[in-house]
Write a protein that binds this ligand. Sequence first.
Ligand code: ADP
Ligand code: MG
Length: 724
Amino acid sequence: MARKALRLIGVNKKYKITSREDFQALYDVNVEFEKGELVSIVGESGSGKSTLMNLIGGLDSDFTGQIIADGEDLGKLTDKQLDKYRKNKVGFVFQSFNLISHLSILDNVTLALTLSNMPEKEKIAKATDMLKRVGLETQLKRNPTQLSGGQKQRVAIARALINDPEIIIADEPTGALDSETSMQILEILKEIADSGKLVIMVTHSEKVASISSRVVKISDGRIVSDTPNKKYVKSEKTLIENKPQTEQNLPQTKNKKKVGKERQNLSFGSAIRLSIHNMWANRVKNFLMAFGVAIGIGSLILMLCFSSGIDDFIDTTMKSYSNPQIVTITKNSSSFAEMAEYKSFSDSDIDTLVEEINTYLANKGVKESRFRVNKSDIKHGVQMMTMFTYAKVIYNPNDVSVDYFDKDALKEAEQADSQLKDSNVFYLYTIPPYYSNSNVAQGKMVDETGGIMLTKGAAALFEDGNPIGKKMDIAFSYADTSTTPITYTNITFKDGETFNDDTEKRRDLEIKGIMETSIMSNYMVLYIDYEYFQQLIADSPVGERLDPNALFIETDSKETTDLINAFLASNEKYKGSIEDQLANLFSSMSSTIGTSLTIISCISLLVSAMMILVVLYMSVTERTKEIGVMKSIGARRKDIKRIFTSESFLVGVLSGICGIIFNLLMTLIVSIILKYTIGLTPISYRWWYFALAMAVAIVISMLSGLYPASRAAKLDPVESLRRE
Ligand code: ADP
Ligand code: MG
């Protein structure tokens, strides 16, 4: 006796309704089918026909009894084996066609082959051939929505046949078709059966049933009659040749076996392609979602650009102008008021400092053989703020006689002589040892022979922007030492004379150069040689030298400099140079800005992640039926997961790209705003920001996609197919 194509022995099926209650849909079903049969299953709605079809089709393995298909007991198969069974042994045709609307007709048919990772060419050849047989060779590129019901069902049949299954299951294949089209579809099914396959179809139509070779009637979950149709005539045409063409065309069976084993599942490439199709079908939604993520990603890069921009700014404008091996030390001010004070280092102060630094270095493990501070190597400097009353630097080309420290008098003189300018220099600095000729932008570096230099910021005060050759007055106040504790009152700069009033204690100093310094360039600073400055003071009848208030130590390395700077930072008595302090201020500002931007972009990334999660989750719900169809043609959980994962990957890529574009736009806008407000654009890119943006976007969307993907994979195919 020939082996039966399909045997059901004592099959019972119960559906769980609640945790306690079951509903029995099939009772003790015993039936056998042979190849070449065209079986009609008839029965009232709710009698259990679809339930039976789902069991036979391997969509539902929750039953008792035995279903033996092609020698295999479906109840005993693992999930993996069941997937294979659905992929290779059965083909499904549904009442509602269940074509995937975002794929072309050809792609709908090749899908089952894609799940087997068949090479592209072979796939297309095979699917085209199959579509030709059902009479659709001219419609390959069209979308299912453009087809009539009959045409759709032909596509579904082609899809069911593509893997050359032994059993075709058709659940009311003509239910949605008019009678003429029904007959055409039926004819195709008949041809399939007559070519040696087992075709089992559910039908309500008497007419359809009368054409089949056998009618099995089900009532309330039981087979109540099973009648062969004696008048059944085989058609002359057969839709399927005994051996499919393409298989014959394959060069070697050996080769095919190997290929079949290694690549029988959905490849990543195909998963990506399927996802691209689907994403294109939902392009508006996906683009909006990507745009949402892009905002987060864009601001993340912007934040990075800001931080690095400020770092770069500090680097190029501050650090590059100073020697990293020279440490500047000044005395600390504990209050804002104290900042105005001239806090000098006495000889014994310097002794203490040297000892403190050397002890610190020793404690930090710096060997004595390597570096110690020598008092004699320490260079001295003066750094004063002139914006307070004890020193004034004024451009007075017409040599107007005025008390610089008498505000009213100065104002009057200014009105009388428009060229006289008050307080146009805020800082008076002796030239620190880390400046060299390379810092001179115009003119020349001054030395102990005289002259002064200005920063660009100070030079800008001159109408023609070129102060070289012009003269400025320096005037020192000898006011009450309790408010301006400067020790060098009563110093005259007029040779040989002691001045008696404010107007006299000034001196013309020729501007010889313009300094390109550092951040100080933007401040109004007057630079003077230290020795020359001391000379001016010493030349006065008082004959004093001014104690330095800035000390410079040249170290052996950047590391030692860093150590000494760390010492200064840890010691309340001292601080670094104004440049260092400004650099620190900028750094702390940039880290504050950076932190707040990071928080904002993290929040927006979190929101983006939630959005992706929601959209992908909804997509699973929307595509439930599609997932069911995929499962019915043999997609494994893994394959479904893979498709959804590729989709979240693509969303990530898209978001990353949008984020980068969005960032470039934002940067442009922010740059323009900054340029016109603060005059600086502290924004720098590093190439890896884009890589990071891409990675973050991909990681975020893939993480958000995890849950929807696993939910999709877990969907029960029977339930999914039931969905309308
Ligand atoms: P038919 O296809 O013959 O119309 P079905 O096989 O779909 O009938 O359903 C048979 C019976 O099982 C019906 O009473 C139906 O309500 C019930 N049923 C089907 N699926 C489920 C399910 N998932 N949970 C509970 N009951 C179900
Ligand atoms: Mg049904």
